[in-house]
Design a protein around this ligand. Structure first.
Ligand SMILES: Cc1cc2nc3c(=O)[nH]c(=O)nc-3n(C[C@H](O)[C@H](O)[C@H](O)COP(=O)(O)OP(=O)(O)OC[C@H]3O[C@@H](n4cnc5c(N)ncnc54)[C@H](O)[C@@H]3O)c2cc1C
Length: 443
């Protein structure tokens, strides 16, 4: 079971009209609502389950520039600046600390990739340090292994997923956003060829702009309205440990495991190379579009068939009607089962390399469903064929850290303001107009 989420108060009465509706209470949706409210827009945020109960409350919490695809780097840099000021601005603890990230390796090709990345990032004034074998050893005190090198990003860090999106949602609410949990959007209200609002399970809300920040469910909602959004999910498992000795202050990636120090003194642990691709009807629909990415990541994925074929965001759902229960209400919180077989080997690997962590014990384990785009870059964009409709989705396993920046960019686009960064890398059209999507960068 995932750690308990901070709860966010609800607004029982739906407004009949607002400037903007936000669909989805993950980090993408709440941060867009927060920035729209800052711009003076009236906003209703609709969440079918609870704020942050899907990906945004289930992740490692890493907020990193290191190894980002270059197309995302300017937005990520901006996002880190927002993280820096959010605690003071909202008066809430989001758990954000620039506690640093260390990557170490025994693989020359991996080290070469990091060197190339650091050279590129210097052009954006990001100065991370490639580590010699001795420096890598010195930065991993107590670790029994030797490395050929590594990379250190001292100014990257981590926020607490159980706190961050709920805190931002509460702050958005304090700025006038109404928040409606357990309230699914069944579909868009389209009039005269443009968005006129949404139809929820509790009634209609009129709005000139609507943002779909529905995480893994975005493709299904779009498809209901004839909008093609190639999206695919990967099942992932993480676990946290009981509090234990501090061997690293931030995050550490080794060839066998990844650990991140939590504020409570425990670690988030992830075993390397165990994402699960489940065959689903939606996955089959978009298989050709994801083939290049799948091929390049094949070694780090297992493939199988599971419950997600029949239930959840990628199952078969016909064109549902808006006056009956919809798939969104049937799975208010999509919580894939964790693969608990990773726990013992990962604990063994951690305690074999760190004597100080001998006897490390798992406290909680849970699963998450990561939604991806074919090029592993999100869509933060208007959808030209449906004026008034915007997307902020497809964060491809690294949307938590970039979430505040993404919210700001989505709000700029919806308000018609000058965007905070060049929005072209995130445009929706690239997915449907035959653009060569290239190969995805490092994850
Ligand atoms: C195990 C794991 C580890 C990860 N580690 C990291 C990390 O360290 N750093 C990082 O940056 N990223 C990480 N990620 C990825 C990150 O969690 C996601 O990219 C990010 O949280 C996506 O946010 P989101 O708001 O787009 O989606 P979500 O958080 O999934 O939110 C979407 C919300 O929309 C709601 N919704 C959908 N349809 C409807 C509807 N019709 N009506 C109303 N509500 C609806 C859903 O209920 C959901 O709450 C990780 C993910 C996982 C699973």
């Amino acid at each position: 079971m995932m750690p308990p989420l901070e709860s966010v108060p609800d607004d029982p009465v739906l407004p009949s009209r607002v400037d903007a509706v936000v669909i989805g209470g993950g980090i993408a949706g709440v941060s867009a609502a927060y920035f729209l409210a800052q711009k003076g827009h009236s906003v209703a945020l609709l969440e079918k389950g609870r704020i942050a109960a899907e990906q945004s409350g289930r992740n490692w919490g890493w907020c990193r520039r290191q190894n980002r695809d270059e197309r995302e780097l300017p937005l990520m840099i901006h996002s880190m600046e927002i993280w820096d000021r959010l605690a003071a601005e909202t008066g809430a603890e989001l758990g954000f600390r620039r506690s640093g990230l260390i990557y170490v390796t025994k693989d020359k090709a991996e080290l070469a990739q990091w060197e190339a990345w650091c050279a590129m990032a210097r052009g954006y004034q990001v100065h991370n340090r490639i580590l010699s074998p001795a420096e890598a050893k010195a930065l991993t005190p107590g670790n029994e292994q030797d490395w050929i090198g590594g990379v250190h990003s001292p100014h990257d860090g981590r926020a607490e997923p159980a706190l961050a999106a709920p805190a931002l949602a509460a702050a958005a609410r304090a700025r006038g956003v109404t928040i409606h949990q357990n309230c699914a959007v069944r579909g868009l209200d389209i009039q005269a060829g443009r968005v006129a609002g949404v139809i929820t399970e509790r009634g209609r809300i009129a709005a000139a702009t609507v943002l779909c920040a529905g995480g893994a469910w975005s493709s299904m909602l779009c498809r209901r309205h004839g909008i093609d959004l190639p999206q695919a999910g990967v099942r992932s498992t993480i676990f946290v440990t009981e509090p234990a000795a501090e061997v690293t202050p931030g995050g550490l990636v080794t060839p066998d495991f990844t650990i991140s120090r939590r504020l409570d003194g425990g670690y988030v642990v992830a075993a390397k190379n165990r994402g699960g691709v489940e065959i689903t009807p939606q996955g089959l629909r978009y298989a050709r579009r994801f083939w290049p990415t799948f091929k390049s990541r094949r070694k780090s994925l297992t493939v199988g068939i599971g419950r997600s074929f029949f239930r959840g965001p990628e199952a078969i759902h016909g064109a549902w009607s808006f006056d009956k229960e919809t798939p969104f209400e049937r799975d208010r919180i999509f919580a894939p089962a964790p693969d608990t077989s990773i726990v013992e080997p990962a604990l063994k690997a951690v305690s074999a390399t760190y004597k100080a962590l001998a006897g490390l014990r798992m406290a909680r384990v849970w699963g998450g469903w990561i939604d991806s785009m074919p090029d592993a870059i999100p869509v933060i964009s208007a959808v030209d064929k449906l004026p008034g409709f915007f997307l902020s989705t497809g964060y491809s396993g690294h949307g938590f850290g970039i979430g505040p920046g993404a919210g700001r960019l989505a709000a700029d686009l919806m308000a018609g303001d000058t965007p905070v960064v060049d929005p072209r890398p995130f445009r929706y059209a690239r997915l449907v107009d035959g653009t060569d999507l290239g190969t995805p960068g490092m994850m």
